[in-house]
Design a protein around this ligand. Structure first.
Ligand SMILES: [Zn+2]
Length: 209
């Protein structure tokens, strides 16, 4: 009984649902993260003990606080919308997702094709995903909603209509077009649909056992 939804977590939209909703578009957060990254680079060039360095440290701290506030605000709004609208919410297991993601580079170890700048930005935005899931799990628990975590492997390259899995299905970051059946969708909505299906399969298996 009740309604179930799959959610894809990302940088362009914090949450994209299998119903096609985009929650908490973090455009302001992205702009702020950009400024924070620039301020951190600026800080790294200042001489130790100098007045300019102290100023740069204060600027980085202020931007950090701003990013944190915006992140919490977006996460609370998105989590409330989900808990208010659905009984079962299926999301990617981020501990697994982060392992997959590290192939494209992180701040600690930039990937071969990833510039340090985008790596830094990415890590600032990625940190918000964990915060969001923590908030979502608290709200889901107090509202009596079920939260299911699934392995995100291949959810972004598998066709939600026919199941064909190929990296060529992913035309661009935002566009999915199945090379087998022609199914076209927003890439994140396609992924969210696969995440929902994986979660419901897990749940059925658990009930059958
Ligand atoms: Zn297909």
């Amino acid at each position: 009984t009740g309604t179930a939804v799959g959610i894809d977590l990302g940088v362009a939209s914090l949450v994209t649902t299998s119903e096609g909703e985009h929650l908490a578009n973090p455009r302001h957060l992205a702009a702020c993260a950009e400024r924070l990254a620039a301020a951190q680079r600026d800080l790294s060039r200042k001489k130790r003990g100098s007045a300019r360095r102290r100023k740069a440290v204060a600027r980085v701290a202020a931007l950090h606080a701003k990013v944190r506030r915006q992140r919490l605000d977006g996460a609370h709004k998105a989590a409330l919308a989900l808990v208010g609208g659905y009984d079962v919410i299926v999301h990617e297991d981020l501990r697994i997702a982060n392992l997959t993601r590290s192939a494209s580079g992180t701040l600690a170890a930039p990937g071969v094709n990833v510039a340090a700048k985008s790596g830094l930005n990415r890590s600032i935005l990625d940190a918000g995903l964990g915060v969001f899931l923590t908030i979502l799990s608290h709200k889901a628990e107090s509202a009596g909603r079920e939260l299911i975590a699934v392995n995100p492997a291949n959810t972004s390259r598998t066709c939600a209509r026919c199941g064909h899995c190929a990296k060529e299905n992913r035309v661009t970051q935002a566009e999915f077009r199945c090379v087998s059946c022609g199914h076209a969708a927003h890439a994140d909505v396609n992924a969210a649909t696969n995440i929902l299906r994986a979660g419901l399969a897990l749940r059925d298996a658990a009930e059958a056992a």
